[in-house]
Write a protein that binds this ligand. Structure first.
Ligand code: GLN
Length: 252
């Protein structure tokens, strides 16, 4: 299954998260430690999203193929700095297309989104949920994949619901319609970072005015904490640059 990470804090080069740590996302693309539910490597694509201007829209770069062979991204990642980053490497679920538009992060305005997992019984199991969306949303999905549909469902809820509530409601409804699904979702708008655990690993490290959420710890820093299963973690930067991290159970 895919791996993803999110960061909020002082501006850092993207490479400090994606390329440089001992167990970076780059390393997790070919040597992940905790794949569950099939897949051994994450070589079907990758993507990085960040904020060129704080408070402005996100910018997203994504490609099919292997992260390690993209020397252009490696070079850009050393000079592009951002105070919020969301990045992912993809192991396509069997039967889903290996195309650029299926790679996270999915984006709209300030939002960046990633899904680690799969929807059981796709697509029939969630057909009724999909019918709740305007047909134009369905016709303009990035790709015919579970992750792209999850993003459309979530985006519709983000119009009215706070991020953590929107994420938790999508997970609860999809899990009810498609039991056995793996639904680790990750979302940021540059000032709040929200992730769910639903049968996949997720770790959080906070301190020094920064927070990183990652499928696998990026290094051996003792501050990494595993998020319990079936929870939603919300990290936010307060106006005085303090980090708050809140972990709540989903649907109980
Ligand atoms: N099911 C999603 C896809 O195929 C996510 C894959 C994953 O987490 N391995 O893109």
């Amino acid at each position: 299954m895919c791996r993803h990470l999110g960061y909020l804090g002082p501006a850092v080069p993207i490479a400090a998260l994606v390329h440089d740590p001992p167990h970076s996302l780059l390393r997790q693309s070919y040597a992940p430690r905790d794949m569950r539910g099939g897949g051994t490597v994450n070589v079907d694509g990758y993507g990085v999203g960040w904020y060129p201007a704080p408070g402005g829209p996100a910018l997203r770069y994504r490609r099919t193929g292997t992260l390690w062979s993209d020397e252009n991204l490696a070079a850009l990642s050393r000079v592009v700095v951002s105070g919020a980053v969301l990045a992912a490497v993809r192991s396509a679920t069997t039967g889903m297309p290996v195309v650029e538009t299926a790679c996270a992060p999915f984006t709209d305005g300030t939002w960046l989104f990633s899904h680690n997992g799969r929807v059981t019984g796709w697509p029939g199991s969630v057909a009724d949920l999909a019918k709740s969306l305007p047909v134009t949303d369905l016709l303009t999905l990035d790709a015919p994949t579970d992750s792209a549909l999850l993003w459309a469902l979530l985006r519709a809820r983000l119009v009215t619901a706070p991020p953590a509530a929107a994420l938790a409601s999508v997970v609860s409804e999809v899990a009810a319609a498609a039991p056995g699904s793996r639904l680790n979702l990750l979302l940021t708008n540059g000032s709040v970072l929200v992730g769910t655990t639903w049968t996949h690993a997720l770790w959080v490290r906070s301190g020094d005015g920064a927070v990183t959420v990652s499928s696998e710890p990026l290094d051996d820093d003792p501050r990494w904490r595993e998020v319990p299963d079936r929870h939603v973690v919300t990290a936010a930067l307060s106006p005085d640059n303090a980090i708050t991290v809140d972990v709540q159970p989903i649907g109980r």
